[in-house]
Design a protein around this ligand. Structure first.
Ligand code: SF4
Length: 295
């Protein structure tokens, strides 16, 4: 990652701000890995807008550095900044897999779907070395626990073997987050995420491998700045947003769902890419509609 000056908005929990005298400049922002000693890994939500109750975020902060990311202010809880600190001070939960196993072993665990991530990208660059997400998915496979993943990262291709095993033995779906279809817009707003071209290629690769893959298209206002591009045609019902249809009539219904207008929650505000795909089914499928057209 190219070095940039450290710039953070004033932290709402601080009563002081850092200022620089004339001629002085803020230091360069450097990637730093910070250990998180959390004692639980499953996050719970009771939002009626979300299609899941449980999520796992092995990382806090995100190297993809999207300007619109709703997770930025969460870094302020850690006494860090919501600007370049969010992109460069990455907090890692090294014991995530062990904590997940502990959670699944509890008699109260009912085997509900677990979303990776929901807040920050679980396949951001640091995952290549640390493999925290992969270790957690291995635990999910061992317990045959349903999983959903959302990511912008091409690194997900590394774990196609796990995705296929989870698809076969539990339940699995992945949404590729795609807010822009043109590379220039994406570079300006999502500076360190893979280009849209690379993400289209990723969708193609996952689909060709047989992984249930959909598109998470948000924030909508940015997404609508360029015309949607077609993705390679796939059999109706093969994207994670549409359950596999069993008859022609259900195929038609599935396609109709795909062409439905974006839900209110997906258009009301600039939602981050890490939100749930279930809230943006309409918008996701607006991009992928060609893939869902019944034969
Ligand atoms: S929107 Fe997603 S990919 Fe972008 S910075 Fe936030 S968590 Fe990372």
């Amino acid at each position: 990652m190219k070095s940039r000056p450290t710039v953070n908005p004033p932290n709402r929990f601080h009563d002081q701000v850092v200022a620089y005298d004339d001629g002085e400049a803020p230091p360069a922002s450097q990637i730093a890995i910070i250990d998180d000693h959390t004692r639980s890994i499953l996050a719970h939500n009771d939002s009626p807008d979300l299609g899941f109750r449980w999520s796992v975020n092995p990382y806090r902060g995100c190297q993809h550095a999207c300007a619109y990311c709703y997770a930025r202010p969460t870094h302020e809880y850690l006494d860090l900044g919501a600007g370049t600190d969010f992109d460069t001070k990455i907090v890692v939960k090294r014991n995530a897999a062990a904590l997940l196993r502990e959670a699944f072993d509890k008699p109260s665990w009912q085997g509900e779907l677990v979303m990776f991530s929901g807040v920050t990208d679980c396949y951001q660059p640091v995952e290549r070395e640390l493999e925290l997400t992969r270790r957690c998915l291995e635990v999910c496979l061992e317990y045959r626990n349903p999983v959903s993943v959302i990511s912008k990262s091409a690194l997900v291709e590394r774990d196609i073997d796990l995705f296929l095993a989870l698809t076969e033995q539990a339940r699995f779906g992945i949404s590729v987050s795609l807010a822009f279809s043109d590379n220039a817009s994406a570079r300006a707003i999502e500076p360190w995420a893979p280009s849209p071209d690379r993400r289209f290629k990723l969708i193609e690769t996952l689909a060709a491998a047989g992984v249930p893959v959909g598109v998470m298209c948000a924030p909508w206002s940015a997404c609508s700045s360029a015309p949607p591009r077609p993705v390679p045609a796939r059999p109706a019902g093969s994207c994670s947003a549409c359950p596999a249809p069993s008859s022609r009539s259900s195929r038609t219904a599935s396609a109709a769902r795909c062409r439905s207008p974006p839900t209110r929650s997906s258009t009301a505000s600039a939602r981050p890419a890490a939100a749930t795909s279930s809230t943006t089914r309409g918008s996701a499928c607006a991009v992928a509609a060609k893939a869902c057209t019944p034969r």
